[in-house]
Write a protein that binds this ligand. Sequence first.
Ligand code: UDP
Length: 348
Amino acid sequence: MLKILTVVGARPQFIKAAAVSRAIRETDGLTEVMVHTGQHFDPNMSDVFFEELDIPKPQHHLDIHGGGHADMTGRMLIAIEPILLTEKPDWVVVYGDTNSTLVGSLAASKLHIPVAHVEAGLRSFNRRMPEEINRLVTDHLATLNFCPTAVAVANLAAEGVTKGVHHVGDVMYDATLFVTDKAEESSTILTSLGLVPKTYSLATIHRAENTDDREQLLAVVRFLQDQSQKYPVVLPLHPRTRQAALRMGVALDGLKIIDPVGYFDMAKLLHNAIEVYTDSGGVQKEAYFHRVPCTTLRDETEWTETISHGWNRLWMQPAQAVRREIEEYGTGRAAYNVTRLLSSGGSP
Ligand code: UDP
């Protein structure tokens, strides 16, 4: 039996890990232990995803959140090491690009435990983003890098990382397929918000580059306020953005502000939106999965195929291409590609 220790901590990681965790449970010879670092802790940023996506309760909860990057990362590193020493996993699996990703990969590699990185190889080429630093370090420490796109594979090759690199597709597409029909049936969010399909837009803002600077946050909010002249803009507000707007005195008038929603409600909101505005990596792709055009509230994106295939544009640039299907995210079996490669130690 191969023991996989999964490290999660933030909302997008619960969604990605849900797909892989389901595949682990369906694969003979694999068993999973989960560590939740506590990076996201509000019930609507954490518990709701475990419930809706059937993720087993984590065996270890570090309950670490808040503080600066060094503080949070340091406390997590100290807390996770004894767990790795006790659990003695065969693989540590980390997701995406948060401080929890960095902590899992750093602590494991120092203990000579092989690391597998799901959603490897993404680059914004902007090292001011904390996410970019987390990705760079993790990809270079990992024994197996599971890439969602061909561009991600090429990014790693350009940095000399070619061993253990596999294009597996996007586990978030698996998650979207799992949830869309269920959400259409069970979510009542449109009725409770008084929304009619295809007559509203959906927005999310949470990146530090948009929330840490008053002028930048004002510019993003003004952009959304302009867009709301066409259709009302629904904005499930991330706790970080709520705090930043309050602290810096940025008024969110004219936008339909709601608390962060669970994954079913989010899928329903995405599926029925006429347009999406976001600085989220996950939401850019989900807009495409639901075939809704997206505007990215950033000056660059890691998901360049959404732009080249006409589904996405950067907010300061016009749309570049005619809309085409994006094949490289796979067919909804990315999580099974991950478990197959974990089982075989990386042999295709
Ligand atoms: N999401 C959600 N509820 C919300 C906002 C986002 O379920 O109120 C989901 C969204 O559909 C996507 C994921 O959270 O699957 C994206 O997470 P986030 O934007 O926090 O992180 P990123 O993708 O930028 O790493």
